[in-house]
Write a protein of this length. Structure first.
Length: 134
């Protein structure tokens, strides 16, 4: 029974332990993801590896990791890091977890906010159109 409890504490991705995946090459990880993410990783594997290396260096120096690259696929070396993803206005901090593997960075930094309507301005309704601006 103790083995089952230990196994439940470990995080797995497609049958592989996430701790072991951190040591795996990006191209080997690409074989585990779905086809669209696999093609994106293999097409730009050098960019993904460079960004993963940059994440390691900046997290060691305790500097924030920021990127505009919203279409980058999340790989195991990014797990546990907080990455600032640009949403068009600001860098939105996102903590990368094991469940995010294979997804894109942009999925977790929304570009639109919920609409919060205030009070109607002068001229917005028929009754307020006769009022003076002052």
């Amino acid at each position: 029974m103790a083995e089952i409890e230990v196994r439940n504490k470990d995080k797995f991705y497609r049958g592989k332990n996430v701790g072991d995946l951190k040591n795996v090459d990006v191209r080997e990880f690409a074989k585990l993801v779905k086809s669209r993410a696999r093609r994106a990783i293999l097409r730009k594997y050098d960019v993904v590896e460079k960004f993963a290396r940059k994440c390691e260096e900046l997290s060691a120096k305790n500097k924030p990791i920021k990127t505009h690259n919203r279409d980058m696929v999340i790989v195991p070396t990014m797990v546990g890091k907080t990455i600032g993803i640009h949403n068009g206005k600001e860098f939105f901090p996102v903590l990368i977890t094991e469940e995010m593997l294979g997804h894109r960075l942009g999925e977790f930094a929304l570009t639109r906010k919920n609409v919060k309507h205030g009070a109607a301005g002068i001229g917005a309704t028929k009754g307020s159109s006769a009022l003076s601006v002052k």
